[in-house]
Design a protein around this ligand. Structure first.
Ligand code: GLN
Length: 190
């Protein structure tokens, strides 16, 4: 049977994740209400604007629901979604979910005009050694990780992709690359 994976769709860049999941023969479901998590085997928190996403998560009553879901299901946070996964953010307007113990630094890689795509090396042997085309758009930085957090990729010696338990958090947008390896890696144990 096909697996169903949720994509938080309150604001931001969720459509390309629909395409990536579909390419992997996974059924994507857009999540806007807590009860929509019930059928999901995993959840993607997409990019967008973290201050807005944070407010909407509260308004749509999803804050506790996502935390409870994450205690037993994989979550992947991309860019603004990665900021939401942190335990601490350098902007007090964001109330992060605390799914991975690290601090997120908003706009660490510059403004929209400084967006770039670069080939990064993925650490894990599951990625068969080939570089990944990583797109950074007003991308956040990752710092102050707890010891159990595993670094899967770096850019200029700074972590840009981390893992803790079943959760992944990324500074860059894997869904814009046409390369499904990161989504596959995250979902490999479903
Ligand atoms: N800079 C945005 C933020 O802080 C994130 C950008 C993105 O998700 N592409 O929320």
């Amino acid at each position: 049977m096909r697996k169903t994976v949720g994509i938080l769709a309150l604001q931001g860049a969720y459509q390309k994740h629909v395409d990536t999941l579909s390419a992997l023969r996974i059924t994507p479901v857009l999540v806007r209400r807590p009860e929509e998590l019930k059928n999901c085997a995993a959840l993607i928190l997409p990019g967008g604007e973290s201050t807005t996403i944070s407010l909407l998560i509260q308004q749509y009553d999803l804050y506790e629901a996502i935390k409870i879901f994450a205690a037993s299901h994989p979550v992947m946070g991309v860019c603004a979604g990665m900021i939401m996964m942190a335990t601490e953010v350098d902007d007090k307007r964001v109330e992060p979910l605390g799914l991975i113990p690290f601090k997120a630094l908003r706009n660490h890689y510059g403004r929209q005009v400084h967006s770039f795509t670069t080939a990064i090396k993925l650490a894990d042997s599951d990625f068969n050694g080939n570089a990944f085309p990583a797109t950074f758009i007003r991308a956040p930085g990752i710092t102050d990780m707890a010891p159990q957090v595993k670094i899967l990729a770096c850019y200029k010696n700074e972590a840009v992709m981390i893992q803790a338990d079943r959760h992944l958090a990324l500074s860059f947008h894997p869904e814009l690359s046409g390369d499904t390896r990161i989504h596959e890696y995250w979902l490999r144990n479903l």
